[in-house]
Design a protein around this ligand. Structure first.
Ligand code: DGY
Length: 321
């Protein structure tokens, strides 16, 4: 049997699970940076299993570099747009992801961005740190009251979107959502109203994105969709950067087409569009929505469990597709 290749060291708990597999292991030696392409192609040679992250493009070239012993690509993320699933399938390689274990952590950060943008929290923090001469005032940093019946539009009501809906319901928000689960009993329990994208964009005070990145959702939010939003509306993205046309977003903010944005993900990550960097009405995070300690451990352990299962000839827990 070939080795298990990890493109980054995982949490201590997940690494202990890796060691318990009893297979040779090769771990990329820089914990903070993904492997360069040439390094990746060299290190996967002869591997039976790969644990990869969203920072690696796993395509036919990588699969061929690994060779015919490769049985599984266990992507340690719920999103798997970095993996060419068709190329893997054509080579008889199983692809797995890590759904279910990061819903709450991701929803926490998405809702954190709803609050940070609506109540201008990061802007206010910068203001205090600037040494500005301030005193309480009735017009100081006034923002949107999410709890006074503001409307949240959830684009893509899947597991994470539903966890966001639960938080929004607790804040007394009106909730519109797209996606097949928008008409489910669970959604009805949170007061979710199913809506198409046009209505959701037109009526929401905050729009939050929770759909996967696919050819259909690339640039789902572009100039036209931004123009359909209220001029006071905010956009939150914790899903995948390319779902938003970032140049169009920068332009819309500059022209006051919408009022602000909270972003955890970027179109050309980790590069951020220069038109967003200097803006006070934008909150920028470095793709940390799933970065809870227990969550990251659960993601790593699930990826390792998928590897164990496939190498033992069992079905994986969370195959994609
Ligand atoms: C995912 O899982 O897809 C997140 O973007 C990273 O945790």
């Amino acid at each position: 049997m070939g080795h298990l290749y990890l493109s980054r060291e995982l949490t201590d708990g997940a690494m202990a699970a890796v060691r318990s597999l009893g297979v040779p292991v090769v771990v990329h030696d820089d914990p903070d940076r993904p492997p360069a392409r040439e390094q990746l192609l060299a290190d996967v040679r002869g591997a039976s299993a790969l644990i990869t992250l969203l920072t690696e493009r796993v395509d036919g070239e990588v699969l061929d570099a690994a060779g015919s012993d490769l049985r599984i690509v266990a992507n340690c993320a719920v999103g798997y747009d970095n993996v060419d699933v068709a190329a893997a399938r054509a080579r008889g390689v199983v692809v797995t992801n890590t759904p279910g274990v990061l819903d709450e952590a991701t929803a926490d950060v998405a809702f954190g961005l709803v609050l940070a943008t609506s109540r201008r929290l990061v802007e206010a923090d910068r203001f205090v740190r600037s040494g500005a001469d301030w005193i309480w005032g009735p017009r100081l940093f006034v923002g949107l009251d999410v709890s006074a019946g503001a409307t949240l539009g959830i684009v893509g009501l899947g597991r994470i979107g539903m966890a966001v809906a639960r938080r929004a319901a607790a804040f007394g928000m009106r909730i519109l959502a797209t996606g097949s689960r928008a008409t489910s009993d669970e959604a009805a329990g949170y007061g979710v109203e199913a809506a198409d994208l046009d209505r959701l964009l037109a009526e929401s005070d905050v729009v939050t994105l929770h759909c996967p990145l696919t050819p259909e959702t690339r640039h789902l939010i572009g100039a036209e969709q931004l123009a359909a939003m209220k001029p006071t509306a905010l956009l939150v993205n914790t899903a995948r950067g390319p779902i938003v046309d970032e140049a169009a977003l920068a332009d819309a903010l500059a022209r006051g087409v919408i009022a602000g944005a909270g972003l955890d993900v970027y179109e050309d990550e980790p590069r951020v569009h220069p038109g967003l960097l200097g803006r006070d009405d934008v909150v920028l995070l470095p793709h940390i929505a799933s970065a809870g300690e227990a969550t990251r451990d659960a993601m790593g352990r699930l990826a390792v469990e998928n590897v164990r299962a496939v190498l033992a000839g069992e079905p994986p827990r969370t195959p994609v597709g």
